[in-house]
Design a protein around this ligand. Structure first.
Ligand SMILES: [Zn+2]
Ligand SMILES: [Zn+2]
Length: 362
């Protein structure tokens, strides 16, 4: 089969790779219809060697498709079922899975990601390919409801797997209540997902700060009540307060999580509010410092973390089925699998009008 592979820092390539096979009775094989290229895949493109990627490693952790084969211990699923696959493998029954943080599962491993990070789950090949092996399939896959299982819904489904789930994790751990105000720092796919989820969860004022007018236009389409491209921390603080009843937001989503964005988040958050850090700049060595003085005297909670996508996918599918969300405007491009490396380049260069590239496979 064909699959996208890492070929050393700065280089990915679609190649002929081995077909996946069932290795355990808890595995399933999924024939992939669509896969997403994620902002975190770009970290691998640029610096994968530092995370332990070797040439030939298959990338991609956002994919959906049709079950081809299931192992004898996978119950409730059958060949032909349409499924979304969570970004990480989880067992569903360890103490962490039961507490809802499946991303901290004892057997956690993320598809196509950082071999050194998952000590017990081992390496799981990515899904920017024609087929994927899904370990612990019963708790890692989620059935797509019939009413949205047709191919024309794929661009609505794809963002649910990672960016929308990540955004919802930030808002839920931020303790968002209907009527609260939300500020979003950043204009990437997670940021715009936070705007869209905040609207579905009943936020009142939703303010998004970014540097790209094309993306801020999508933010307004997805529910932002105000957007701004100001960069100066004092200007951000002033704009955020003016847009949130003079108080600052109950929840601030920091989709970047470096020192600059955290400063902007501190300026935008209301006393007693929460800053949810969802960015991955720390993966690139850019350690951010929380303003612990401000955190203490203004009673600010710092939240966020690696999303247990399996927890949020069913909730988001229900919102999609009810017509409360449609994240498809974030998928700005679709490419065939053999052109997937171009998708990495388009996203990496932040070409005008490019937010998220989907790889259409079957
Ligand atoms: Zn992702
Ligand atoms: Zn578990």
């Amino acid at each position: 089969m064909r699959g996208l592979t890492f070929q050393g820092n700065g280089n990915v390539e679609v190649q002929d790779v081995a077909d996946p096979m069932l290795l355990s009775p808890t595995d399933a094989i999924v024939k992939i219809s669509m896969a997403g290229i994620c902002g975190s895949d770009l970290h691998i493109l640029h610096a994968g060697e530092a995370f332990g990627f070797a040439p030939g490693a298959r990338l991609g952790h956002e994919f959906l498709g049709t079950i081809q084969e299931v192992g004898s211990e996978v119950h409730g699923f059958a060949p032909g079922d349409r499924v979304l696959v969570a970004v990480g493998v989880s067992c569903g029954h360890c103490i962490w899975c039961q507490e809802g943080i499946r991303s901290s599962c004892e057997q956690m491993s993320m598809f196509g990601w950082a071999p050194r990070l998952w000590k017990h789950g081992g390496v799981v090949e990515g899904g920017q390919s024609e087929y994927a092996r899904v370990p612990l399939a019963q708790s890692t896959m989620v059935k797509i409801p019939d009413e949205v299982s047709a191919p024309e819904h794929e661009t609505k489904l794809l963002p649910i797997i990672d960016v929308m789930s990540t955004a919802m994790h930030g808002l839920v751990t931020g303790r968002l209540h209907p009527g609260d105000d939300v500020v979003v720092i950043g204009d990437g796919a997670v940021a715009l997902s936070a705007v869209h989820c905040a609207r579905a969860m009943g936020a009142e004022n939703i303010v998004c700060f970014g540097h790209h007018e094309d993306r801020l236009a999508i933010a307004r389409k997805l529910g932002a009540t105000a957007t701004s491209d100001v960069r100066d921390i004092e200007e951000i603080t002033e704009y955020a307060r003016n847009s949130t009843r003079g108080q600052g937001a109950r929840v601030v989503i920091d989709s970047v999580s470096n020192s600059g964005s955290l400063q902007a988040a501190h300026g935008s958050v209301r006393s007693g509010g929460t800053i949810s850090c969802l960015g991955m700049d720390h993966f690139m060595g850019n350690t951010a410092s929380v303003n612990w003085f401000d955190q203490f005297v203004r009673n600010i909670t710092i939240s966020g973390g690696l999303v247990p996508t399996g927890l949020y996918i069913p909730r988001l599918l229900a919102l999609l089925g009810a017509g409360e969300i449609d994240p498809s405007p974030m998928v700005t491009h679709q490419l065939p699998l053999d052109d997937a490396a171009d998708g990495y380049r388009m996203m990496s260069e932040r070409r005008e009008g490019t937010l998220k590239v989907a790889v259409k496979i079957a």
